[in-house]
Design a protein around this ligand. Structure first.
Ligand code: C5P
Length: 234
């Protein structure tokens, strides 16, 4: 079975990230590097984590004019990342430019193109927040709408919350990969994640990959925590 666990390395120091990556590489499917670690440690952290043989998901949520996003994606492919994020709200031209840059750069380098993942509505936004920025729509409707825009533009994956999986699986083609954060096992302390599912529930609902941060890296024994989660999926 493919290991669907992507550990979010939401730590500020490269040393801590590398220590975690070395310890966890055999027990997970890959690592997510977000803005905190990337901004602190620079592109070198991607190379050093790739050296551990793990897949890297670069979560920088690009959102800019198509030309700039295409260039950022090109740089990410050169770093050898396997997944990266762009905001679906950037529009069709931006999304097409991102996918094209991923495919063309990977082709030139003899690599498999990374999965360009569309981010729809941030889970921190509710309908009142959307209204404030001029979007008088229901959140679920906006998620489905942006997902459709992303898939029509050629994206092969989306990031979504556990509670959006079922609706998206009804809306988008089955081969589109869903990468899902907001996973909790029930054993950890309560934190800022409100709408969660267990790893097993999320996979059963149709998640392709699970992004898990604190339940693994903040556990007393991160390796054991990752292995327990993997066992719960068997
Ligand atoms: O620690 P935790 O398991 O909550 O980490 C989840 C990771 O997924 C974090 O890196 C967080 O930024 C990211 N994420 C999220 N919810 C979203 C999108 C991304 O938790 N809607």
């Amino acid at each position: 079975m493919r290991n669907p666990i992507i550990v979010a390395l939401d730590v500020p120091s490269p040393d801590t990230a590398l220590e975690l990556a070395t310890q966890l590489a055999p027990s997970c499917g890959g690592f997510k590097i977000g803005s905190e670690l990337f901004t602190a440690a620079g592109p070198d952290i991607v190379k050093r984590i790739r050296e551990r043989g793990a897949l890297v998901f670069l979560d920088l949520k690009f959102h800019d004019i198509p030309n700039t996003v295409a260039k950022a994606v090109t740089s990410a492919v050169k770093l050898d990342v396997q997944m990266l994020t762009v905001h679906a709200g950037g529009g069709t031209e931006m999304l097409k430019a991102a996918e094209k840059a991923a495919e063309e750069t990977a082709y030139k380098m003899g690599r498999t193109p990374p999965l360009v993942l569309g981010v729809t509505v941030l889970t921190s936004l509710d309908s009142a927040a959307l209204r404030e920025v001029g979007l008088d729509v229901n959140v679920e409707y906006q998620v489905r709408r942006l997902a459709t825009v992303a898939v029509k533009a050629g994206l092969r994956g989306l990031v979504c919350s556990p509670l959006e999986i079922a609706a998206l699986r009804k809306t988008i083609p089955s081969q589109v990969q869903l990468v899902v954060p907001g996973i909790r096992t029930g054993a950890e302390k309560a934190d800022d994640q409100k709408r969660t599912m267990t790893p097993k529930e999320a996979i059963a609902a149709g998640a392709t990959w699970l992004v898990i941060g604190r339940p693994i890296y903040a556990a007393e024994n991160p390796k054991e925590a990752a292995e327990k989660i993997l066992e719960s999926l068997q």
